[in-house]
Design a protein around this ligand. Sequence first.
Ligand SMILES: C[S@@+](CC[C@H](N)C(=O)[O-])C[C@H]1O[C@@H](n2cnc3c(N)ncnc32)[C@H](O)[C@@H]1O
Length: 308
Amino acid sequence: MPVLAGEALRLLAPRSGKTYVDATLGAGGHAREILETSAPDGVVVGCDRDPAALALAREELAEFGDRVVFVHSRISELPDKLAELETIPVQGILVDLGLSSMQVDDPDRGFAFSRPGPIDMRMDPSDGPTALELIRESGTDELTAILRDYGEERFAPRVAKALSEAARAGRLGTTRDLAEVVRSAIPAKAARHQSIHPATRTFQALRIAVNRELEELDAFLAAFPDLLAPGGRMVAISFHSLEDRRVKRRLRELAWSSSLPPAYAEAAGERIHPICRTLTSKPKTPAPAEVRQNPRARSAKLRACEKL
Ligand SMILES: C[S@@+](CC[C@H](N)C(=O)[O-])C[C@H]1O[C@@H](n2cnc3c(N)ncnc32)[C@H](O)[C@@H]1O
């Protein structure tokens, strides 16, 4: 079952005859729900930056025929890709950020350290440097900033130094080596008090940097209102505070209108009318039963808005 499926569907409110974008298609779980609810002729444009996810979704959604259009796209490229398809404006857009289970569970993708794999971490294996290349090519200061800003790693300078040295010495062969270097750079006393593996934060930070995840999200958040028809909705599911904070800030900005009288507001260069209304005053989170069934859902937060 896709994360927060009930809430996502209720807020997206798919209808027959309309077009929806699933911007992060994954295995197509949410897309299937949208297609079933918008039967008989709702259309889903399903996008993903990972060609393997698109191939899987193609199989999973085969029964819907030409009601699904598959597009290899990053969320930052949506305006161009949708313009090429001549589908702007659409009635709804869903983004379910982060990684799919398929990506995390495949050791060859390098996202996890439970089993050894190449230090890759690219969601699109044809796009940009791998995590190992990033470690090799970044200076220790740059690496420290990545671990601190994207992983909130308290011992970022020590971990960055250890990683740079290990990469130079050729000791970073697999994700297991990476996890071990991180573990040995963190003081044992501090590691004992942590409930997660000491390398978890470093893996998150490297993954965010390799895939430029926050830049991607910022570009999407800037552009999505122009892709929606009036009354169209955007639903965003995020998995850590760096993402949720951005979504929350952008929805607040779009719902904002000046408190000045219109003539003064215009003179001050302020917007008079809000662009969207927020549909979730507080983020929706999964019920304990969903988290029990799918532990990866535990940090999910859903926010949504409607274009005015
Ligand atoms: C959590 S999964 C989506 C799961 C999907 N909703 C489902 O029900 O199966 C996230 C997917 O988004 C893709 N993704 C993450 N960031 C992306 C981006 N910036 N642009 C396009 N796809 C992205 C990943 O490759 C992954 O397949």
